[in-house]
Ligand binder design. Structure first.
Ligand code: ADP
Length: 251
């Protein structure tokens, strides 16, 4: 018998409404450490809202999120310190990188470690240089975001998340704003991170990436996890008609 590791992330009964619209209707999800979870689903199914809730950027109406030792029960009054602790567990990569336009690549990367985490600048710079080198951007450290391609900007966005040394990296459609020829570079970086043992939760429409890199695939529909399993289970033998329809449309 193999030991199942304690999940790094546990989500249960997550609900969130915007006005009258119930966007999350009881999400349950667990993520093991060192694994890649790909979240797929039609537009409007609540994927971004779920990811933002995991990041502590949106506050759900009820349900529980635990990441590592940060545990927040949204059914009770939530203290600022609890949300801050949750935020501290993850690094977030946005659909379009969100870099500071008037700061260099290096300044963008060290901002979080130095300003938020109060780490010594020299140490943050040395780590940032190593991380930039690991994604093939060593020679870009003094350039500004506008001087980079979209794919390079997104790789800086990923490095900026890694520099915080979070327990998990949350990525919201990290390749959907890129020209098709730049998608591969970013996916290669994510594949490398997976091999290095990072825990990744990725909202994506890249089925091949999900097939090749994900340990578990989540199909979200109408604010619930309709299907969850290995890529083979969910992508090749989906149990639900809704999943089959979705896959037929995007494949
Ligand atoms: P997905 O990422 O699966 O496309 P989202 O989580 O972005 O879905 O959105 C789900 C629904 O919630 C959509 O109908 C969207 O319009 C709505 N929504 C998301 N964020 C907000 C917000 N801040 N205010 C109002 N409605 C929102």
């Amino acid at each position: 018998m193999t030991d199942t590791p304690t999940p790094l992330i546990e989500v249960s009964g997550l609900h969130k409404a915007f006005g009258n619209v119930e966007v999350l209707r009881g999400i349950d999800l667990t993520v093991a450490p060192g694994t890649v979870t790909a979240i797929l689903g039609p537009s409007g199914s609540g994927k971004t809202t779920l990811l933002r809730a995991l990041a502590g950027l949106d506050v759900p109406d009820s349900g529980v999120i635990r990441i590592a030792d940060a545990n927040v029960d949204f059914g009770k009054p939530v203290k600022k310190a609890q949300l801050a602790a949750l935020r501290g567990q993850s690094g977030f990569v946005f659909q379009s990188h969100n870099l500071f336009p008037h700061r260099t690549v290096l300044e963008n990367v060290i901002e979080g470690p130095v300003i938020v985490q109060k780490r010594p600048r020299a140490e943050a710079v040395a780590e940032a240089e190593k991380l930039l080198a690991s994604v093939g951007l060593a020679d870009k450290r003094d350039l500004y975001p506008y001087q980079l391609s979209g794919g390079q900007q997104q790789r800086v966005g990923i490095v900026r998340a890694l520099a915080l040394k979070p327990k998990v990296i949350l990525l919201d459609e990290p390749t959907s704003a890129l020209d098709p020829e730049l998608v591969g570079d970013v996916l290669t970086v994510l594949k490398d991170l997976a091999e290095q043992g990072w825990t990744l939760v990725v909202v994506t429409h890249e089925i091949r990436f999900a097939q090749q890199v994900a340990d578990q695939v989540v199909f979200a529909d109408g604010g619930i996890v309709l299907e969850l399993g290995t890529p083979q289970q969910v992508l090749e033998n989906p149990a639900h008609e809704r999943t089959q329809q979705f896959l037929r449309r995007i494949l």
